[in-house]
Design a protein around this ligand. Structure first.
Ligand code: SF4
Ligand code: SF4
Length: 337
């Protein structure tokens, strides 16, 4: 597998990385075996988070013997500095390592979150302190909002940006990614397969190969999936006219009901957690039934509080029929659980 230098850092990593969500439900030995297989095939970049239960531990166990040869990124959703420091130490223990290569402030997708992480004694300060102590090497940010990510990059504080990018969610290529490249910020592409909703890996990675400055981190749950994805990089084929036509079809079908998790529709005065509900299908594809119940149970309960005021639909830049989608996802969740 080819390697690339991740902008903003001195890290040399495989051109495609490993996303740590789908190994959550796997038994430890199976997960470790999949991770080792990915390493053997050339993947040297592994992304996880301590909010992904057991993912850090499994990655740490699998890669302990080759720690010097791999780059490990993890993240925290904590906004407060003290809590973020606790998370950093927890991640170090769980990954069984003395250092984290990239520590990311996770899902900073609204103004409030950005202000909190950047406040004195906020999570950014904690990461900077940990960096000075050698616990982490580079500080990154992840977001689902182009507007907030642009604001964050303009601070000049972050060395990497993790953002969703696939052929349905391709708008970061217009303004956000050019800004990141201009500012020498490394770009990590989350959800290269649309969070599990896009089934044609050949189309997904064919699209991503047109943006080689983005390092995608597909979630990989089996050796077979690893072989398929890595095969697409070892033997890359250009997209044909038929492929492009198929991508357009998928865009037109999915695009009208695809939630980008940007949170522009929030907050809802009635307490409906709109993006959490609208990503049910993607969650069900990536995590176990028990995990979906635990994660989405509360947001799904709150759907009945919707009074159909329509404010969220006015704010959604993708003109999604949110009210209808809330009902649809609630019905699917009930049938699934
Ligand atoms: S339509 Fe429902 S979900 Fe949307 S803002 Fe109004 S109450 Fe909240
Ligand atoms: S419903 Fe629309 S505004 Fe809300 S998170 Fe999804 S894409 Fe963004």
């Amino acid at each position: 597998m080819n390697t690339v230098k991740l902008a903003g850092t001195d890290l040399e990593i495989s051109e495609v990385g490993f996303g740590g969500i789908p190994i959550i439900p796997l038994p430890e030995n199976e997960a470790v075996s999949v991770i080792k297989h990915c390493f053997d095939l050339g993947i040297t970049f592994f992304d996880t988070a301590n909010m992904y239960p057991t993912s850090e531990e499994k990655i740490g166990t699998a890669l302990k013997a080759v720690r010097e040869k791999v780059v490990i990124a993890t993240k925290t959703t904590k906004r407060d500095g003290k809590e973020a420091l606790t998370h950093i130490d927890l991640s170090l223990r769980q990954i069984k390592t003395d250092w984290i290569d990239i520590y990311q402030l996770h899902n900073v997708s609204n103004e409030e979150a950005l202000e909190q992480v950047l406040a004195p004694q906020g999570a950014y300060d904690a990461a900077r302190k940990a960096r000075a102590e050698g616990k982490i090497r580079f500080i990154g940010i992840s977001s689902h909002s182009i507007r907030i990510a642009i604001k964050a990059l303009k601070t000049g504080l972050f060395q990497t940006l993790q953002f969703p990018f696939n052929f349905i969610e391709n708008d970061p290529a217009n303004e956000l990614f050019p800004l990141a490249r201009k500012n020498d910020v490394g770009i990590i592409g989350m959800k290269p397969l649309g969070g599990g909703l896009l089934e044609r890996a050949d189309l997904c990675f064919g699209f991503l190969r047109q943006h080689p400055y983005v390092v995608p981190i597909p979630g990989i749950r089996s050796k077979k999936e690893a072989d398929e994805i890595i095969g697409l990089y070892r033997d890359p084929k250009p997209l044909s006219k038929a492929d492009l036509k198929e991508m357009e079809n998928i865009q037109s079908i999915l695009g009208e009901r695809f939630c980008h998790r940007c949170e522009y529709c929030m907050p809802c005065d009635q307490g409906v957690q709109i993006p959490s509900v609208l990503i049910f299908k993607s969650s069900a594809k990536r995590i176990s039934r028990e995990g979906v119940k635990a994660w989405l149970g509360k947001p799904m309960e709150n759907v009945v509080k919707c009074i159909e005021c329509g404010e969220c639909e006015e704010k959604c830049p993708y003109n999604l029929p949110i009210i209808d989608m809330l009902k649809e996802n609630l019905a699917l969740f009930k049938a699934y659980t």
